[in-house]
Every structure is written in structure tokens, then in C-alpha cells.
Design a protein around this ligand. Structure first.
Ligand code: ADP
Ligand code: MG
Length: 253
């Protein structure tokens, strides 16, 4: 049996009296695309934020490739191979797309922080490898044509793909995507689903939260459904589509 890339065991997270996640258990296998769906307020973002280490969980365990990570700060989780996309595209909108993705490589470098951008104290051998990795990510995310444009000037759809490219730059074992299709039009959603499949084809697992059901049903190998912070179903897209509990709680809305 292979070790799950991510294992969440009896996870609970409360905000004061609000039980945002209750006793949540699931696994993501290497190279699997797992969807996390459910009504608004069902605990999807809280799950992703708990996994990423944005705040301490109330109880339960999180294992990344078999290692407990629930006590580690966010940057250490990234170094171990858990990446996520952020809502804001960049802290420096004047950076170019290429520089932004290069910054995303930092967690994997031996050189000092920001050396990848400013060129101070870089290990020479790393420079070419990083440039090649960034070029590959520019191409896989369809951003090569705007590689040298400032992040603040590209379209909002391109900014979303940039967030994914930046997350992939840390060479993760799993990437967490919170509503990546929000604000995208039909042909951009098509590009997104192709991108998610190509991430999977590279052997990287994907956990995706999304309201756009056609996209979820198309890209996911497996889907976990939350309702009021609890898991109510876990199965293939076909199983989820025909689950009466899921139809009652969510799909029948
Ligand atoms: P979803 O992403 O599925 O829409 P969330 O995880 O954002 O749901 O929210 C789950 C529940 O937790 C909601 O009742 C929400 O109001 C509450 N919640 C989320 N984040 C916080 C927070 N930082 N402080 C207090 N309550 C929160
Ligand atoms: Mg949310």
C-alpha cells in the first residue's frame, strides 16, 4: 500500500463557539485530484487554511507523506511539499511574472532569501536550474507571452494562473487550490481544467475547492463533500452525483 500524500485524521476546528470542521477524516493519494465541495460555510476554506497552517487546529492530525505537520508553521509545511494558492497575486505588483514565479522557488533553494531575484549570494549551480524550472512553469500555465510584464498589469485570469505557477514553483507533493475558477469565463475554465490535469500528470496531487460543478466533475478522481463542517460523502464523481445525501445537502440547491 502506498503512503497517502496527505492524511487528515479526526480534524476539528472551532472559532469560539462555531464548529467550522467536525471530526474530518480523508486521504489524498499521490498524483490524485481530490475535490472538496459543499454549501457556503460548510468548512472548505477552513480545511485548506488548517492544512496550510494559517492557524492552529483545535484537535486532530495532519500527515504529509506520513509525517505529522499539524504543529509546524506555514513555511515549513511549504518546504516539506504542501503548497497553496493565495487570494492576492503578489506583494510586489511591479515585479514581473517571471520574477514572481522565481520567488516561489525560494523554499527549495539553498541560497539566502531573495537571492533568486537580486542575485546576491546565489549558488551558481542553482541559477540555471531555477531559470529552467521557471520557464517550464511559464509554459505549462500559458504565461510565457507575459513573462516580462509587471504582475499588476496582467489580466485577472492570468493572475490566477500565476498563483498556481507560483505554488508549483516550490516543487510540492500536493497543491491546494481554493476556488481557482472564481471569476473565470468558459474558455479560461477549460484552460484551468487542462492545467489541473497536467499537474496531476506530473505526479503532483491536487486538492481543489470549487463551486463550478462541471469543472469538479471533469477533473476530480475523487470528491469529498462537507456539510456543516462534517463529511457527508466521499467517492468518485459518478458516486457523488447520485448520492441522495449530497443531492439533499448541496447539488439539489
Ligand atoms: P466555506 O469555505 O465552505 O464557505 P468556511 O470554512 O469559510 O466555509 O467557514 C466555515 C464556518 O466557519 C462558517 O460558519 C464561518 O463563518 C466560520 N469561520 C470561518 N473562518 C472564521 C474565522 N476566521 N473566524 C470566525 N469564524 C470563521
Ligand atoms: Mg470558502
Amino acid at each position: 500500500m502506498t503512503t497517502a500524500v496527505l492524511r487528515v485524521e479526526r480534524l476539528c476546528k472551532s472559532f469560539g463557539g462555531v464548529h467550522a470542521i467536525r471530526d474530518l477524516t480523508f486521504e489524498v493519494q499521490p498524483g490524485e485530484v481530490m475535490g472538496l465541495i459543499g454549501p457556503n460555510g460548510s468548512g472548505k476554506s477552513t480545511t485548506v487554511n488548517s492544512l496550510a497552517g494559517l492557524f492552529p487546529v483545535t484537535s486532530g492530525e495532519i500527515l504529509l507523506a506520513g509525517a505529522h505537520i499539524q504543529h509546524l508553521p506555514e513555511p515549513e509545511r511549504v518546504e516539506l511539499g504542501l503548497a497553496r494558492t493565495f487570494q492576492t497575486a503578489s506583494v510586489f505588483p511591479e515585479f514581473t511574472v517571471r520574477q514572481q514565479i522565481t520567488l516561489g522557488c525560494e523554499p527549495t533553494l539553498k541560497s539566502p532569501p531573495l537571492s533568486s531575484i537580486f542575485g546576491i549570494g546565489r549558488h551558481q549551480g542553482e541559477v540555471e536550474a531555477i531559470e529552467a524550472r521557471v520557464q517550464d512553469l511559464l509554459e505549462v500555465t500559458g504565461l510565457a507571452a507575459v513573462a516580462d510584464d509587471a504582475v499588476g498589469t496582467i489580466s485577472s485570469a492570468q493572475q490566477r494562473f500565476l498563483m498556481i505557477a507560483t505554488a508549483l514553483a516550490s516543487e510540492p507533493k500536493i497543491v491546494l487550490l481554493d476556488e481557482p475558477a472564481a471569476g473565470l469565463v468558459s474558455h479560461e475554465r477549460k484552460t484551468l481544467s487542462e492545467l489541473i490535469k497536467s499537474i496531476r500528470d506530473r505526479g503532483i496531487a491536487v486538492l481543489v475547492i470549487e463551486h463550478h460543478m462541471a469543472l469538479i466533475m471533469e477533473v476530480c478522481d475523487r470528491i469529498v463533500v462537507l456539510n456543516f463542517g462534517s463529511k457527508i460523502a466521499d467517492g468518485t464523481p459518478a458516486e457523488i452525483r447520485s448520492s441522495q445525501a449530497v443531492i439533499d445537502a448541496y447539488l439539489g440547491e
